[in-house]
Design a protein around this ligand. Structure first.
Ligand code: GLU
Length: 414
């Protein structure tokens, strides 16, 4: 019992216990109702590969909770996707949307595939087939997919178009779309921008200088924008790693140049003053460490190597929960995923609102409202964690749970 989902359920139970949920709502079994996903959709998608053979792909969509609004969450394309992981990620979405006050529930999709091994037309056939199989389960008021690891605007455009073909023209069926199809300005950079805002706040609260040192694991959509925003603020990014390796420079990396280097060479390797193994990113001397790739970047076996005083979780579940006690006992503050990376779903909400209104906002308005929501949520979590004497993750879970529990309660037993 040590998978991501069992860890999350354990924490839900622990924090629910602290809140006295079962005493507050006797007989309502609130935690049991929140812990279990509403609906698990699993199927295989079969597509014709370019060579004429059949490609078979395992697919999932987990609808975890619609207590606070339509199911909402990204679509992950990765060879390691599995049912437990998608369940865990869907549960995190429910907590995330509740915590940052956007009127959505939580869901997540996944396809077991390495998209780099497919041609663009194979990938398009796969995403379109995935969408067709989900036609009865998604919709602008039902379940709204979005980008996640290895999916972005292009894939969202295909989902939107396939839904339009078979059902109706509903811009709000998916978020993270290209602007031409009703996407929001500022959606692509939103998760990274939000991560950067939180890193700056957390560093300031810890009494660090304005030009603190940060290290970043992962240089995809989240890592690139987080790095760029921090760089613009004068923060010293001393190391960045991705699947190719690590780039580091104690004087601070030139992030725009690193982005160009990655565009040309495909990865960060070979940039900076020395090339170190990517696994060493956790132990690079830095004030703030920002894991922005996959889950379990920091585990029990490498937690002791973490050099930073603050970890900002740009990815979902990058610190495995069994690694947390050691970090906490060493005084490492962890800003949890459901807070730190919520910028993506916040701007997804703005996109959905704009689609409903048919009135599109300027980029400054998106950025300003994103900032307001992120900082408000951060302050709320920090104050609650200090007031209750709990970690920021526990505080975030407790605040989200309280809100969901009230809604479960007023909705009644169905
Ligand atoms: N996949 C992102 C997340 O984990 C974004 C979800 C969304 O925008 O719906 O938060």
């Amino acid at each position: 019992m040590n998978s991501a989902i069992s860890n999350i359920i354990e924490l839900l139970k622990k924090t629910g216990g602290r809140l006295g949920l079962e005493q507050t709502y006797p007989g309502e079994r609130i935690i049991d109702r929140i812990a279990v996903s509403d609906k698990i959709i699993r199927f295989k998608a079969i597509i014709k590969m370019d060579d004429g053979s059949a490609g078979i792909f395992q697919c999932y969509r987990i609808q975890h909770s619609d207590t606070l609004g339509p199911y909402k969450g990204g679509t992950r394309l990765h060879p390691d996707v599995n049912l437990d992981e998608v369940k865990a990620l869907a549960t995190l979405m429910t907590l995330k949307t509740a915590l940052v006050d956007v009127p959505f529930g939580g869901g997540k999709g996944g396809i077991v595939v390495d998209p780099k091994k497919l041609s663009q037309s194979e990938l398009e056939r796969l995403i379109r087939k995935y969408t067709v199989k989900l036609l009865n389960d998604i919709g602008p008021n039902l379940d709204i997919p979005a980008p996640d690891v290895n999916s972005g605007e292009r894939e969202m455009a295909w989902i939107y178009d396939e839904y339009r073909k078979h059902r109706e023209l509903a811009r709000g069926v998916v978020t993270g779309k290209p602007v031409e199809l009703g996407g929001s300005l500022g959606r692509i950079s939103a998760t990274g921008a939000g991560v950067a805002m939180i890193a700056v706040e957390a560093a300031r609260d810890a009494g660090m200088p304005e030009k603190f040192r940060a290290s970043i694991e992962g240089f995809g959509n989240v890592g690139v924008y987080a790095a760029q925003k921090l760089f613009d603020l004068g923060v010293k990014i001393v190391a960045v790693s991705d699947s190719s390796g690590m780039a580091s420079d104690t004087k601070g990396l030139d992030i725009p140049a690193l982005i160009r280097h990655k565009e040309i060479s495909g990865g960060v390797r070979g940039f900076g003053d020395k090339t170190l193994p990517k696994e060493d990113i956790v132990s690079i001397p830095a004030d703030v460490f920002i894991p922005c790739a996959l889950g379990d970047c920091i585990r029990k076996d490498n937690a002791s190597r973490v050099a930073a005083r603050i970890i900002v979780e740009g990815a979902n579940a990058p610190v495995s929960l069994d690694a947390e006690p050691e970090l906490v006992s060493r005084g490492v503050a962890i800003v949890p995923d459901i807070l730190a990376n919520a910028g993506g779903v916040i701007v997804s909400y703005f996109e959905w609102v704009q689609n409903r209104e048919g009135f599109y906002w300027e980029e400054d308005m998106v950025a300003g409202r994103l900032r307001e929501k992120m900082i408000h949520a951060y302050r709320k979590v920090r104050e609650y964690s200090i007031g209750e004497g709990v970690t920021m993750r526990e505080a975030a879970y407790m605040l989200a749970l309280k809100k969901i529990a009230r809604a479960v309660r007023v909705r009644g037993i169905q």
